[in-house]
Design a binder for this molecule. Structure first.
Ligand code: C2E
Ligand code: MG
Ligand code: MG
Ligand code: MG
Length: 284
């Protein structure tokens, strides 16, 4: 603790430190007030079934609208939020807010969307996520299979506190469990046997070079192998970061289930996703 404090003080006063690093420290300090003051927002990115182009749901992505610093992306503050534990109440808010939007979507369109929420290890291991999920899906009258939790390999797999029991209870409920950024974090895949995973999110790095009609391409071979493995295990695969029609077509040819990315739609506030007449001027 003393060491951490020493480091932090040094971070403030050393003029050589980059602005970005100083900001990390400042941001960590601002996180509790940000939550109290309602500075967090969710943006929603559509998930699309590649076979027929159907909208199946959305991923909720956290944004921090700081009055002076502007809009901050999660890469700037999630790590700090995890370290301090404030990710637990932030994550509760994310779950509640995104499920509320899923219900609202159903009420407006009659379609039950899947809502995919990123969760941090802290939320699972001692954050009471299971109780929160039970309460929220009940309150918003969602079916458990409408909710998918996204975990990164890096954060969860093989940690000392691998949340096996929590994940099993969530999976038994019928909630989806997806591995986010699949293929970037961890080469040992035995967790696919151990944990109740239902889906993989294929990292953008495998997608960016994909071309249609290029079956001999290395990336296409990797993606095809991942799809074969996933489908044999009964998992669905969503490709992340799809930016072009060519990538989408290549993924569809390879048999990928779902996609998300700029080509289909950027993450936007709920009202922009809904495009309802009552959206403009609505307060939060
Ligand atoms: P992720 O879950 O892998 O989310 C996908 C990221 O790709 C998002 O970045 C999204 O805005 C971005 N993206 C979407 N389409 C495209 C595209 O076509 N091309 C490219 N290059 N990128 C695209 P974002 O929103 O900055 O989020 C970054 C990461 O922060 C997320 O990665 C996730 O790991 C984490 N995160 C976001 N929201 C939450 C949250 O509520 N809780 C937790 N614990 N982590 C979160
Ligand atoms: Mg994600
Ligand atoms: Mg991802
Ligand atoms: Mg990613």
């Amino acid at each position: 603790w003393a060491k951490a404090e020493g480091k932090a003080r040094w971070a403030i006063f050393d003029p050589e430190r980059s602005l970005r690093e100083v900001d990390q420290y400042t941001l960590a300090q601002l996180l509790p007030t940000a939550l109290d003051r309602g500075e967090f927002r969710l943006h929603y990115q559509p998930l699309i079934a590649l076979a027929d182009g159907r909208f199946t749901g959305f991923e909720a992505l956290l944004r921090w609208e700081h009055p002076r610093l502007g809009r901050l992306r999660p890469d700037r503050f999630i790590a700090a939020a995890e370290e301090s534990g404030i990710i637990v109440p932030i994550g509760q808010w994310v779950l509640q807010e995104s499920c509320r939007q899923a219900r609202r979507w159903y009420e407006i369109t009659g379609i039950r969307p899947c809502v995919s929420v990123n969760v941090a290890l802290r939320q699972l291991s001692d954050g009471g996520l299971l109780d929160d999920v039970l309460r929220v899906i009940e309150a918003e009258q969602l079916t458990p299979d409408q909710l998918q939790l996204e975990l990164t390999e890096r954060a969860v797999i093989g940690s000392d506190h691998e949340p096996l029991a929590e994940l099993q209870a969530l999976a038994a409920l019928g909630v989806g469990i997806a591995i986010d950024d699949f293929g970037t974090g961890y080469s040992n895949m035995t967790y696919l046997r151990r944990l109740p995973i239902t889906a993989l999110k294929l990292d953008q790095s495998f997608v960016s070079e994909l071309r249609p009609d290029a079956a001999d391409q290395t990336d296409a071979k990797i993606v095809r192998s991942i799809l074969t493995l996933a489908h044999d295990l009964g998992l669905t695969v969503t490709a992340e970061g799809v930016e072009t029609a060519a990538q989408a077509r290549a993924l569809r040819e390879l048999g990928c289930d779902q996609a998300q990315g700029m080509y289909f739609g950027a993450p936007v506030p709920a009202d922009a996703l809904l495009r309802t007449p009552d959206a403009p001027g609505e307060t939060r």
